[in-house]
Design a protein around this ligand. Structure first.
Ligand SMILES: *[C@@H]1O[C@H](CO)[C@@H](O)[C@H](O)[C@H]1NC(C)=O
Ligand SMILES: *[C@@H]1O[C@H](CO)[C@@H](O)[C@H](O)[C@H]1NC(C)=O
Ligand SMILES: *[C@@H]1O[C@H](CO)[C@@H](O)[C@H](O)[C@H]1NC(C)=O
Ligand SMILES: *[C@@H]1O[C@H](CO)[C@@H](O)[C@H](O)[C@H]1NC(C)=O
Length: 360
């Protein structure tokens, strides 16, 4: 039955036009090495600095000092997203809860630019200062907070990490509309931290993806900006984690790379590629997808995209000891495998996590 289901999924995938073009680009990708990225995108240190030398408006230089930080988590937020930040602080981004229940230090910071409209700018900025006085968790620079400035926000995260928190074991970058199952993530990272971690970079991996050449798309990239047929492997920007040696190497790469490509997760891929670092897939990082609601999924999920309204509901599941106890033992595991096959491997499923996640 499992075999038949896998066949159905394969057939389903190949109907999807987007995926077919992925396959073509993947083939050309196998024949090309991406060495040319390094030689083509290198610019002088001085030119590269122009992409990142924005002034800090809010800067918590002491946030990370002298502690064994397991995870530094940057949430890419925008000035007006007060509600999302509140929801995150009271659920998966609750540092105190994490410290009390897992005895590890996780630092959660929100990366922000400035609001474009000059009329509201002053009022909004005042509200941000007030918010920050209470929570002390905003990092803001004076660039415009727009979709096409996401790579600048990425540089903010790397630069801040390099300057104020280069001892954090792991760094995560995440959207403010994803749910992170913090207990599962912490258990996973603690396990990884037991080993001699190097070149660790994990998430939902996009392999050999072609640039979007459709001018109407939000993700449109011109030939001038990126002339090649495919991107290097990269993890979906919704949420990914890397170790501190990767943070440091990628930071070094940014010092001499042309950062005009505004798709931040692809730019991370370019930086990593020039440093010979490649990403690994973790099946329970969702990328753009939203996880199906099911206890068997909640037991293993790490991230799920496209939430906010139901943060509190998901967080209750994530922290409920009954959920962790659920489906232990042979029959429990069998039950969950069947449930996950139905949710992840069949046409009625959501394809958030790959079918093989059902068998883990
Ligand atoms: C960050 O803040 C600290 C203390 O407020 C200050 O000394 C430092 O110059 C700031 N750094 C930057 C780059 O603005
Ligand atoms: C990570 O591992 C190192 C060495 O194995 C250990 O010293 C450190 O305390 C660990 N950090 C956390 C936060 O678990
Ligand atoms: C990015 O931010 C800079 C600095 O505020 C601004 O000049 C530029 O117009 C912004 N770019 C976009 C595409 O929004
Ligand atoms: C960076 O790349 C853009 C094309 O996307 C180009 O217009 C610009 O001149 C490049 N910058 C430098 C300093 O070479």
């Amino acid at each position: 039955m499992i075999f038949v289901l896998s066949l159905i999924k394969l057939a389903w995938d190949s109907f999807d036009k987007d995926k077919t073009s992925h396959v073509k680009s993947y083939i050309s990708y196998l024949h090309n090495s991406l060495n040319f990225l390094r030689t083509n995108l290198i610019i002088s240190h001085k030119e590269a600095q122009k992409f990142s030398n924005y002034r800090y408006l809010i800067n918590h230089s002491q946030k990370c000092t002298s502690e064994d930080v397991l995870l530094l988590l940057f949430v890419k937020s925008s000035p007006e997203n007060f509600k999302r930040r509140q929801a995150i602080r009271s659920t998966w981004g609750n540092e105190a809860y994490i410290l009390n229940n897992f005895d590890v230090t996780v630092k959660v910071l929100f990366a922000l630019g400035m609001k474009p409209q000059p009329l509201n700018q002053k009022k909004l900025q005042h509200m941000l200062f007030r918010e920050d006085q209470i929570y002390r968790d905003l990092i803001q620079q004076n660039f415009l907070d727009t979709f096409h400035n996401l790579t600048i926000k990425f540089l903010l995260q790397l630069t801040w990490t390099h300057t104020y928190c280069n001892h954090a074991r792991f760094i995560m970058s995440a959207d403010d509309d994803i749910f992170i199952h913090m207990p599962n993530l912490i258990r996973y990272l603690q396990e990884i931290n037991q080993t001699d971690v190097k070149d660790f970079w994990i998430g939902r991996v996009n392999r050999g993806a072609p640039p979007n050449r459709n001018k109407d798309s939000k993700y449109y990239v011109s030939y001038e900006m990126y002339p090649w047929s495919h991107y290097p492997d990269y993890t979906s920007g919704a949420g990914y984690v890397f170790s501190r040696d990767v943070a440091s190497k990628v930071y070094q790469a940014t010092l001499t790379l042309n950062a005009s490509l505004y798709i931040d997760d692809v730019f991370m891929g370019i930086c990593a590629n020039t440093m010979r670092i490649s990403p690994q897939q973790h099946v329970f990082f969702s990328g753009e997808g939203r996880a199906p609601k099911d206890v068997c999924i909640y037991k293993q999920m790490i991230t799920s995209h496209g939430h906010v309204e139901d943060f509190h509901e998901l967080w209750r599941y994530a922290t409920d000891p009954e959920v962790q106890k659920f489906s232990t033992g042979f029959f429990g595991r069998l039950y969950c495998t069947m449930a996950k096959i139905r949710l992840l491997c069949t046409v009625i499923g959501t394809f958030t996590y790959p079918c093989k996640a059902a068998f883990l």
